[in-house]
Write a protein that binds this ligand. Structure first.
Ligand SMILES: [Zn+2]
Length: 287
């Protein structure tokens, strides 16, 4: 075969690929739609005292309410769930459940029911990732046994330690033993195009991370995980008493602040009810 016929074959192959030859194992995302961010309501927490969210005596007698969101990110190459909420089982308890001293948890609508509004089943979701392994972020993890879990190695090692750390519901993580998992140790570009990046921001827990999205119309959006629980904590760089490292938390706050400035990013403090309310009401979305 002459070199010119080889280059003709390569040229033809290139044209076919460029014309959209179906890729093997392509994920379920809609390849014609832009990146979209959906905020789902996955519960709320009422606290008699917010003191666990500072270590400088600012919240001693302050009660508070936190929203517990789950996010669906729809990318042309697949769907990602970021954080899974308090758990659909809680929806059976209309008045909520006291889960600790002065802490009541409520789930009004299940994650599964919200996905169904978009004609999605848990089995349709390609990837599930977590800001960290506290129960209010992992309790619905078992719903997604058919997905690929993107797991922070440091967070997993910490959660499996003895005794089980405060806030971890190990049972919700049992699903990881038999599921497809992708272990990560550093920042991770989920779809390899820079549009959905998991960024290391340790301190709340050893493998805590935030999600940075590059949306066409909404611009850069950062989902905070629990780097901050309230706007006061963001503005005043307060460190929750329950964090695993004060020094790492302050370093992470510094990193994310610089990124926000660099990208003129919109910060969504996940547990802040006002930030949740400011996002399009599901099933509407940001794009
Ligand atoms: Zn949380």
């Amino acid at each position: 075969m002459s070199s010119s016929s080889v280059s003709n074959i390569l040229f033809t192959l290139g044209v076919v690929l460029a014309a959209g030859w179906p890729a093997q194992g392509m994920a379920s995302g809609d390849s014609s739609a832009p990146l979209r961010l959906y905020a789902m309501h996955c519960g709320s927490l009422s606290l008699e005292s917010m003191s666990m969210f500072e270590d400088t005596d600012e919240y001693t007698a302050t009660p508070g309410d936190l929203v517990v969101p789950c996010y669906l990110i729809r990318h042309p190459e697949g769907d990602l769930i970021w954080d899974t909420g308090l758990g659909d089982q809680l929806a059976r308890h209309g008045d909520g459940v006291v889960i600790g001293e002065g802490v009541t948890a409520r789930v009004e609508v299940t994650l599964e029911a919200q996905l169904r509004q978009l004609d999605l089943l848990p089995g349709d979701i390609d990837y599930v990732a977590f800001s960290h392994f506290h129960f209010d972020h992992t309790n619905n993890a078992p719903l997604f046994a058919q997905s690929t879990y993107i797991v922070n190695r440091k967070e997993l090692d910490w959660a499996q330690g003895t005794p089980t750390p405060f806030g971890v519901n190990l049972e919700s993580l049992n699903v990881l033993a038999d599921a497809k998992t992708q272990l990560i140790e550093f920042d991770h570009d989920v779809f390899n195009d820079g549009s959905v990046r998991i960024l290391q921001a340790p301190g709340h827990t050893p493998g805590h991370q935030v999600l940075m999205l590059q949306l066409t119309n909404a611009g850069t959006v950062i989902l905070s995980g629990d780097l901050y629980h309230t706007h006061d904590n963001h503005e005043l760089s307060r460190v929750p008493a329950i964090n695993t490292s004060r020094a790492e938390t302050l370093a992470s706050i510094d990193r994310i602040s610089r990124l926000m400035e660099k990208h003129d990013a919109r910060l969504v403090i996940q547990h802040a009810p006002e930030d949740f309310a400011a996002l399009p009401r599901f099933p509407a979305h940001l794009d």
